[in-house]
Structures are given as C-alpha cells and as structure tokens.
Design a protein around this ligand. Structure first.
Ligand code: AGP
Length: 609
C-alpha cells in the first residue's frame, strides 16, 4: 500500500526518486509525487496516474540532491492531484504509507487553531499536526506526533529550515534504509535499495532515522543514538527486472522451478534417508512434539497456500488443523493456548491483517511460525519461528512463485512434523522428499507447453463468468486459480468444491459458461468426473485438467478441452496444475488488453486494514 522513497546524496535526486518509484509502483499506482530541496526552497510535483506520467511533468530546473517520493494507493480521499503525496503544511513536507485512524479527531482540533486541510487525506492532517508541534526541534515534534497519532505509518519528512535532511519514523508500515557511495536511501521495500547496496537495515518502530547525504543516524525518540541491525540482500538487480519477459508475472511464473529449488535446498540434508531439516532455520523438533492443534492464518493467495497446508497436515499428522482468513481471525476470540501452533503465511511479511493475527496469537500464548518471503519483514521479525521461502522478489501484484514456494514450505513442515510425530517412517518421508525434489522438473515440463494455455485462453477471453471446481487438494487449488483469474482479467469467477455445486450454484451453469474442472486426485477422481458430467449436461464449456495416468474414465465428449499434468504422486499435482491456472489467467488478461502486472484497484502489499 503506497511506496515511499527518500534519497539524499550525490546524484540527481529527482531521477533517483523516479527510478525508485518505478520499482515501488507495484505497491500503489493511482498517483505519484516528489518533493526536493532546491535553491528555491522545497519544490513539489505531483500527478495522477502512473510514475511515467509524473516523470514527464518534472521540470529540468529542479536541481537537487535530496528529496522524497511517493506512489499512492488511495485510502482516504479519491484519486486526485490534491490528495497525492507529498503533503505540505508550513515547515513540513511529508510522505506517508499507512492510515492515521484518529485523523478526524485531530483534524477537528487543528481546525480550532485555524488550520484547514486542502485535501481529504489523513496524511495532510499528520503534516498539519507535525507542523503545529515543530519549533526547530525535529525530535521534539516527532515525540509529540507519536503521542497523538493512532494507526499505522511510515513517514519521510522534510523540514523547510533543515536543508538536505530527511527524517523518517515508522509504526506498523515498513521502512528500510541503506548507505552507499552515491548517498543515503530509505524506502518501503528493499527492491528500491538494490541499485545502491546489498546491506540494509529495517528501521525499528518508534526510532528516528536522520538521513543526510553521508550518513543515516538512527536515534531513540529521546535522541539516544542506536546502531541498527544490518541485513544482507542475496538478490541482484536482475532478480527485480523483467529480463526479456513482457510482464513480471510471466517471468515469475517461469521462475517457479528455481524458487522451489531454492526454498528446498537449505532444508534437504542428504543422509541415509532424505528428511526435511530445519536446523538452519532454528526450528527444533520440540515445536512439533508440543503441538496438539495448528491454526493457519493469512490473506488472499497466501491463505490459499494455507488451505493446501491444512489438508496435507491433517492428512499426515492426524491432529486438528484449521485455516482462518486473517482479517476475520484478528477480530474473533480464537481458542488458543501454549499447545497451539499458529502458522502465518505472507509473501511480503507486512500484510496488516496477518500481522495483527500474529500479535493476537502471541497475546493468547500460542506458538507462532511464519512462512515469509521478505527477509526482515515485520511478520518475520515478530514470529517465534520463521521459515523463509526463497522465491526472490515478487513484483507482479498477482502472486505466483511466492504461492508455490509457500506450498513447498508447507510440504516440508508436514513431512517433518509427521516424521517427528511417528506418523510416517523415515523411509516414507524420504520417498515424499524425493517426489518434492522432482517437482521443479515437472513444472518445467508444463512450462514447455505454455502455447497450449495461450491458445486455450482465447476461449476464455470473452467470458463474463467462470467457475473452477475441484475436490480436496484440487479444491484448494481452485480457490487460487479463481483469485488469479479475477484479479488480473476482471472476469467474475468462483471456486466451488465440486460436490457443492448442486446445492445452488448449478443454476448459474448455462450454455457456454466456462468451467475449469480439476481432477488430479485419484481418490476423488470418479466423483469429479460425475460432477463434470453434471455441468456438461447443462451446456458448460468444460476445460478438464487431469494427471497423466488418471485418464481411464475420460470418455469422448466429456469436456471441450483437456489438459494433462505430468505423472507424480497425487499430492504433488497442485504444483504443476497451478502453472496451468496461472498461465490461463495471464494469457486471458493479455488478450483482454489489461495491465497484467498492476491490475486496477489493487496493490501488492496490503499494509492497511
Ligand atoms: C495474490 O495474487 C494477491 N494479490 C493477494 O491475495 C496476496 O496474496 C495477499 O494480499 C497476501 O499478501 P502477502 O502474502 O504479502 O501477505
């Protein structure tokens, strides 16, 4: 939700800010703006729409080595130039990522002192508050503001009388910083730091970073200087670029076999038997011995990975496992104790609802383990245990490689847990692990057939409604296929447990309505085929996905299109079938001429409620 960047150094600040904003644009893309210190004071340029539009508006005379930039995902106030950041009030110019929850109350108080906002944003109120508290001492003003502000925020602030200095503070929303020969940089995401340095730090909550061109000084609010904990990025710039692919999403779909191998490698210790090993992650078997219940909570695609994890864990461990949408879980009163393990799943590690669910689980005394892609993110830092997925930077709003890397993490956990609990022998786990190790290769085979999906997508392009059906693991994957399709193609779609269709939804299946039926699981294959016949009998256009070897019962004419994933143990079929669904969504979106990587109204990292 919103990308923020600050640069202070030896290069042309406006150009650096534009480059950074382009890299952060996946976080929000309805408007953008920058502010720079120039010899004429602080100059601000804003524009509605994408960063490219802002770039075209920049005056060449805006010479500066220090400035801040913002790309917005609107929360308070519509999409307009006046609502775009930076916001200015008196001495203060700032950008913000987050939501100020008590802005209404603050606005009223400030209005009584004669300050009237010109925008509808909560951010302008924060700028007004800070200006009212600023009398030349930035720390004093920030202390006062922190006392009054409720909600989540990451701010980069320029005070008019402190030329070429940026102050940063955060609560809830992310902010990372790095120093380099070119200067000092702060941003919402390390992707925007990559060009400067691979060493960075996460600004701790309620600490202040004072950014100048040569240094970043981190202080407590009382002015005590502290040393930040440095982290290293193991990616290079190319990991965050399109590398010849038309879209990030297509590139990231292709990166999945590698992402899975990278996620597996540090956890595959080859001994006599191939067992998952979490010693490098600091996850000991005690965690498993001491657990009698697992709750998985997450949002969107990460939650769908959790649905798969639930089936697998419950099947292999025989203990209760449930999946909860984090935005609901956080406002319920979940029954948790020290024998409960709460697993949080998040690509970004910053999703506000998942973070709140984590905090609630800890408050209730549960053990917490997170499956996270972004190193050093809030969810990773606050969980008792972290199992990092090594998918690399995921830039497209539609999550693909993070999803299959999350599945990989769940399979590893389920196998280890089942072994520790004595539910699977070392040999059985070893067999499963070999299967998991081979998944990358199977996915490559599906990728080789991408032209089939491309061709088939032409049939989906005119659809208005579409249904996904499946049972067990295939149902969990249907949910993911459906969100992928709707978020980037804007086609209304729903995922149904195939057996549930006849309890109402079948009335929506009429002539030509596309139904994507997943039938990769042998134990429910015959039932699935019956469900396919039911929709077929109502005139649906059926795309059937089966697994090599499971095709015996497929009669002529049962479907319009038939796609087959390579043979494997049934439990690994979701990996290969996921690629088919991702490619169908991708090509359909392309044929519809849509912005695949940055679909309307969405943002990659949802750091607000
Ligand atoms: C998926 O394609 C999404 N755009 C979205 O559902 C995402 O998975 C969700 O917002 C959770 O994000 P996280 O993994 O960063 O927590």
């Amino acid at each position: 939700m919103c990308g923020i960047i600050g640069f202070c150094g030896y290069l042309d600040a406006k150009q650096e800010l534009i480059k950074g904003l382009a890299e952060l644009e996946y976080r929000g893309y309805d408007s953008a703006g920058i502010a720079c210190f120039t010899e004429r004071g602080i100059e601000v340029v804003k524009s509605v729409g994408k960063v490219a539009g802002l770039e075209n508006k920049l005056p060449s005379r805006m010479e500066s080595g220090c400035g801040i930039g913002h790309t917005r995902w609107a929360t308070h106030g519509g999409v307009s130039e006046v609502n775009a950041h930076p916001h200015q009030c008196g001495n203060v110019t700032l950008i913000h990522n987050g939501i100020i929850e008590n802005y209404h109350e603050l606005a009223k108080e400030l209005e009584e002192t004669g300050r009237v906002p010109s925008s509808q944003t909560d951010t302008e109120i924060a700028a007004m508050l800070l200006d009212s508290l600023y009398h030349g001492d930035a720390l004093a003003a920030l202390r006062g503001a922190v006392d009054r502000l409720e909600g989540a925020y990451a701010f980069c602030i320029m005070f008019a009388d402190q030329k070429d200095v940026i102050y940063c503070i955060r609560k809830g929303s992310p902010l990372v910083c790095c120093s380099s020969e070119e200067g000092s940089v702060v941003a919402s995401d390390m992707v925007a730091l990559l060009r400067y340095s691979k060493e960075y730090f996460v600004l701790p909550e309620y600490q202040v970073a004072k950014v100048t061109k040569n240094t970043i000084t981190v202080m407590e609010l009382d002015g005590t200087v502290v040393s930040p904990v440095m982290l290293s990025i193991h990616w290079d710039m190319s990991a965050a670029q399109k590398n010849g692919f038309k879209h990030y999403m297509l590139k990231e779909i292709h990166e999945q076999p590698e992402a899975i191998r990278r996620t597996l490698a540090p956890r595959m210790k080859k001994g006599e038997q191939l067992l998952p090993d979490f010693s490098e992650d600091g996850i000991s078997d005690e965690l498993f011995w001491d657990t009698n219940r697992v709750v998985i909570t997450a949002c969107g695609t990460a939650m769908h990975a959790g649905m798969m994890g639930r089936i697998l864990m419950e099947r292999l461990l025989r203990i209760p496992v449930s999946v909860e949408v984090a935005s609901e879980f956080r406002y319920e009163d979940p029954i948790l104790d020290e024998k409960s393990l709460v697993i949080l799943v998040s690509q970004s590690g910053e999703t506000a609802d998942t973070l709140a669910a984590l905090r609630l689980a800890k408050e209730k005394g549960a053990k917490t383990l997170s499956i996270v892609n972004v190193k050093g993110s809030s969810i990773a830092r606050e969980s008792d245990y972290v199992l990092y997925t090594h998918a690399g930077p995921e830039i497209a709003v539609a999550s693909t490689k993070a999803y299959t890397a999350q599945l990989t993490a769940f399979y590893l956990l389920a196998f280890r847990f089942a072994y520790v609990a004595g539910k699977l022998s070392a040999q059985e786990v070893s067999e499963y692990m070999k299967g998991l190790d081979g998944v990358g290769e199977l996915m490559e085979k599906v990728l080789e057939q991408k032209d089939k999906m491309k061709e088939l997508s032409k049939r989906l392009t005119p659809a208005q409604d579409l249904f996904f059906i499946g049972r067990s693991l295939d149902y969990a994957l249907s949910c993911e296929g459906s969100i992928k399709l709707k978020e980037i193609t804007y086609i209304h779609s729903e995922a149904y447990a195939a057996g549930e269709l006849k309890h109402g939804t079948l009335s929506l299946i009429t002539g030509g309505v596309p139904v994507i039926a997943l039938a990769t699981q042998a134990d429910v294959f015959a039932k699935m085929i019956s469900n396919v016949k039911e929709v077929r009998a109502r005139g649906a256009m059926v795309i059937l996905i089966t697994k090599e070897g499971n095709t015996a019962a497929i009669e002529n004419g049962i479907c319009d299109e038939h796609l087959v994933v390579p043979a494997s143990d049934d439990i690994f079929a979701p990996f290969t079938a996921a690629i088919i669904l991702q490619l169908l969504a991708y090509y359909t979106s392309s044929y519809r001429g849509l912005d695949v990587d940055q679909p309307r109204n969405l943002a990659k990292s949802v750091t607000v409620e």
